[in-house]
Write a protein that binds this ligand. Structure first.
Ligand code: GLN
Length: 539
């Protein structure tokens, strides 16, 4: 029998709804159930691929090449599963499908209406994901915040599912309890209001997760219980934590898993979170600190610095650090700072390792290339991800091969030495402005040369990694680059495209055309991140 758990958020965004959803999934999986998760994003974009990461955080890529919300990354890391485009729903996808169906006369001449046709299409998609993943439990996270206009139709879908199958649908409200400094007391009113707004949509929460700075005390639990119309035992305390990975275990301190099963009328199950607890133990006893700099540009929002744009890179570093028993300190380096101030790049010597992650467009490129040159010459461990790999090829071509005008056609369409360029098919797509969902996306095979550092880390010759890019190392320059010492460590056998570059005589200098960060998990740190951090530790 298939069961569905909807997770909605109250009061404000950014309170950890995605991680809460993933943690609930992990708990149920620990009890031996098949679990899947679906994210619904209320925006009109068909997918996250056309958005600047500053708008909505990292664009996570699934194995089948779906460009989606970063929460899918949380689900994969917590559930140890790979998801697909079926696990991601947006307003854009739902409307697009309904309109196409209408144009194809598939509604048999009926009037197609926002309600019920939009919720119905949403329900169809939720069930499709549950079926694909053979899930006993499907967790559905409704993006946005309760009370917003744009997620109403998704709440309507949830309400309709509950009406049809009351015993198979559960609602969890993840809500925030602020403790304003001037008052010094934790307030429940915003959560009461969120719960009421949910009632207005015809939904009564079954469980409330109270997110707050500190644990919920008795009076707070009582108030939420009274005003939000739920039994006290279903008010769960979810205080801030140092590491998101402790959340499943924290929830279990209040027997959340058992309480969910009780709500569904399922008997208790013994199986637990032993693999997860062991992982948490492995994190203990870390010694020393490795200092890593990430050179990027998607950090700023008004007066604040955002790190959400690089979330998978940060998590991959964390996973690797535990297996090396070391602490890490991550610094954000604004690429453009090194363009304005030439001397500033010498700051790089303060780091044990540098990462240049993915990116688009020419802003910040000069600063990144300067950083890469510094890392190459001063032998500072370097990992280049996608754009980071392309820029290390440009730097090498300019300063080692001597092709002073080497560049990518992404930054200068008519450059003389296009060492990074578009493939023919991509040229056509760009010409037609067909940008959405048309990059080289998702899994591609890479064959590794046995004599390389990358092979030593992966310990296999055939790997599969996830991609998201339009531009490639131009094979016309392959010979010259190789002759000057650039190692092309991995190639896609079908297209002959270069997937990994390396430098010899360097403690660690690897650039990947793919994004290894998407495949790292707390239970399976990624070999490249492990190798990079090991070199940084030894630095
Ligand atoms: N902008 C580059 C490309 O499209 C790199 C993309 C990325 O870093 N993900 O090829």
């Amino acid at each position: 029998m298939k069961r569905y758990i909807f997770v909605a958020g109250g009061v404000m965004s950014g309170i950890g709804k995605g991680v809460s959803t993933a943690s609930i999934g992990k708990i149920l999986k620990g009890k031996g159930f098949e679990v899947t998760a679906v994210k619904i994003d209320p925006y009109v974009n068909v997918d996250a691929g056309t958005m600047n990461p500053v708008e909505h955080g990292e664009v996570f890529v699934t194995k089948d090449g779906s460009e989606c919300d970063q929460d899918i990354g949380n689900y994969e890391r917590f559930l140890g599963k790979e998801f697909t485009k079926k696990n991601y729903i947006t307003t854009g996808k739902v409307y697009k499908h309904v309109i196409e169906k209408e144009r194809n006369l598939e509604y048999d001449g009926k009037c197609v209406e926002v309600v019920p046709d939009i919720p119905n299409e949403t329900i169809r998609r939720i069930k499709e994901a549950a079926k694909k993943d053979k899930a006993d439990f499907t967790l559905i996270e409704i993006g946005g915040t309760i009370g917003e206009y744009q997620n109403l139709l998704f709440l309507e879908a949830a309400r309709m599912m509950k009406l049809k199958n009351p015993n198979r649908v559960l609602f969890i409200l993840v809500s925030y309890l602020p403790t304003p400094k001037t008052i010094g007391e934790m307030k429940t009113k915003p959560t009461q209001n969120a719960s009421r707004r949910l009632n207005e949509a015809g939904i009564q929460p079954d469980i409330i997760l109270g997110r707050a700075e500190a644990p919920l005390d008795k009076p707070r639990r009582e108030k939420i219980s009274n005003f939000c119309n739920i039994d006290k035992e279903f008010v769960i305390s979810a205080p801030d934590v140092k590491s998101i990975y402790t959340i499943p275990v924290n929830f279990q301190k209040e027997n959340l898993g058992e309480k969910i099963l009780k709500k569904f009328g399922i008997e208790k199950r013994k199986k637990d979170l032993s693999d997860w607890r062991k992982m948490l133990e492995r994190r203990e006893g870390r010694k020393g600190t490795v200092k890593i700099g990430i050179v990027g540009k998607y950090f700023e929002t008004g007066n604040f610095t955002l790190t959400d744009s690089y979330i998978s890179v940060i998590e991959a570093l964390r996973h690797a650090s535990w297996s090396l028993k070391t602490n890490i300190e991550i610094d954000w380096i604004f690429a453009e700072d090194y363009e304005k101030n030439r001397e500033k790049v010498a700051e790089i010597k303060n780091y044990d390792g540098i990462i240049v992650p993915g990116g688009f467009g020419s802003r910040g490129v000069k600063g990144k290339i300067k950083t890469i040159k510094y890392c190459r010459e001063k032998k500072i461990p370097f990992l280049g991800l996608c754009l980071g790999m392309q820029l290390s090829v440009i730097e090498f071509a300019r300063n080692v091969v001597g092709l002073k005008n080497a560049n990518s056609t992404e930054f200068n369409e008519s450059c003389q030495e296009p060492v990074i360029d578009l493939m023919e098919e991509q040229k056509r797509l760009v010409k037609e402005s067909a940008f959405g969902g048309t990059m080289r996306l998702g899994n591609y095979i890479c064959k590794l040369n046995k004599k390389t550092a990358s092979y030593k880390l992966y310990k296999e010759t055939k790997i599969k990694e996830r991609h998201r890019h339009r531009y490639e190392l131009n094979n016309d320059y392959e010979k010259e680059l190789k002759k000057s010492g650039l190692v092309l460590a991995g190639i896609n056998p079908e297209s002959d495209l270069t997937e990994i570059i390396e430098l010899k005589d360097h403690p660690f200098f690897i650039g990947t055309q793919f994004h290894p960060e998407f495949k790292s998990g707390p239970l399976k740190p990624h070999p490249l991140f492990k190798g990079f951090l090991k070199a940084a530790k030894e630095h």
